[in-house]
Design a binder for this molecule. Structure first.
Ligand code: 5AD
Length: 319
């Protein structure tokens, strides 16, 4: 598929794409759905991404940082509950030095579980240290490949450095995940087509796609939310173009539309990331408002209804 093919599909009202992506998903990654248990261990962030409720200029968030022991105990209960992957996610919080993180990483890895990190931009040496400590995967969304829009949305960040992070992560041997937001103010469908081609170009192992959801405490408060169907299309096209990768049914999809997670799982997604953080902290991790959560039991019932099941392996990409 070239850019024009992708654009034609993104602009077309035809819904057959979703069925097609579902078929390709079944052929290449099967009916198992991987559950990744998410620990949101700090909402402290030095960045200032315009869309994000955790941006440093938002003074309306009560900030928290979990202690090492708390993180480890959440990870342990996740593993006991049967999770095969733990995901450690936080804002860009410099308190967590590579040294502290590496200690946490090796302790979690001793539980015999796959470990994904989502900690933002770090140096090559830090990424290398995380990998050497045993982490398996790293998520860092490019957010948008439209460089002008990227600049506008990320006043404290640099597009080239973002791409450098992705290159370094691949270089040190991580399964590398990226993705984009759909519906950012000023975003064009052309740039969404470029996003999809970018995923292919870097041969991403995981892609997370979600609609933009307007947060009242950000400069984008009065902007409309992204379009659910367009986000679903970007996700389905990504499945067609990278048939064997892991694609989550993102929380943003479920937040924006009732049954959004179910629709995503039937349009190319094969991963769900239930939250393991306790209720009080979960509430404070307000990237966007009214964030949905995935209850493990409910997910299992939903999967059964659609002929799917919780996969029992670590869920690495099978090339
Ligand atoms: N709406 C939807 N997704 C958002 N993210 C951050 N803020 C928002 C928002 N307002 C996404 C970003 C980030 C991920 C952790 O959450 O894409 O990479």
């Amino acid at each position: 598929m070239n850019k024009k093919d992708i654009l034609d599909i993104l602009k077309s009202p035809d819904k057959s794409l979703f069925k097609e992506a579902d078929k390709v998903r079944e052929e290449h990654v099967g009916n198992g759905v991987h559950l990744r248990g998410l620990i949101e261990f700090s909402n402290i962030c030095k960045m200032n991404c315009l869309y994000c409720g955790l941006q440093s200029s938002n003074k309306n968030v009560e900030r928290y940082r979990l202690a090492k022991d708390e993180i480890l105990s959440i990870a342990k209960s996740g593993v006991e509950a049967g999770y095969k992957t733990i995901v450690m996610q936080s804002g860009e919080d410099s308190y967590f030095s590579a040294k502290v993180l590496c200690e946490i990483i090796s302790e979690i890895k001793s539980l015999d579980v796959a470990l994904t990190l989502s900690l933002g931009e770090r140096t090559y040496d830090e990424y290398k240290a995380f990998k050497d400590a045993g982490a398996d995967r790293y998520l860092i969304r490019i957010e948008t490949t439209d460089e002008k829009l990227y600049k506008k949305m990320h006043p404290f960040a640099d597009f080239e450095n973002r791409k450098r992070c992705l290159r370094d992560l691949k270089k040190v041997g991580f399964e590398t995940g990226t993705g984009c937001l759909v519906g950012l103010p000023g975003q064009t469908v052309e740039s969404l087509a470029d996003d999809i081609l970018f995923f292919k170009d870097i041969d991403a192992d995981m892609i997370g796609i979600g609609p933009f959801i307007s947060h009242p405490d950000t400069p984008l408060a009065s902007e409309p939310n992204g379009d659910f169907n367009l986000a679903l299309k970007v996700m389905a096209l990504t499945r067609l173009i990278l048939p064997d990768i892991n694609i989550p049914a993102t929380t943003a999809m479920e937040t924006l539309k009732e049954n959004g997670r179910l629709l995503a799982l039937q349009s190319g997604a094969n991963v769900v990331m239930p939250n393991l953080t306790d209720f009080e902290h979960k509430k404070l991790y307000s990237i966007y408002p009214n964030k949905a959560s995935a209850d493990r039991n409910e997910v299992e019932v939903m999967l059964k209804r659609i002929g799917r099941y919780v996969a029992n392996d670590f869920g690495f990409r099978k090339h």
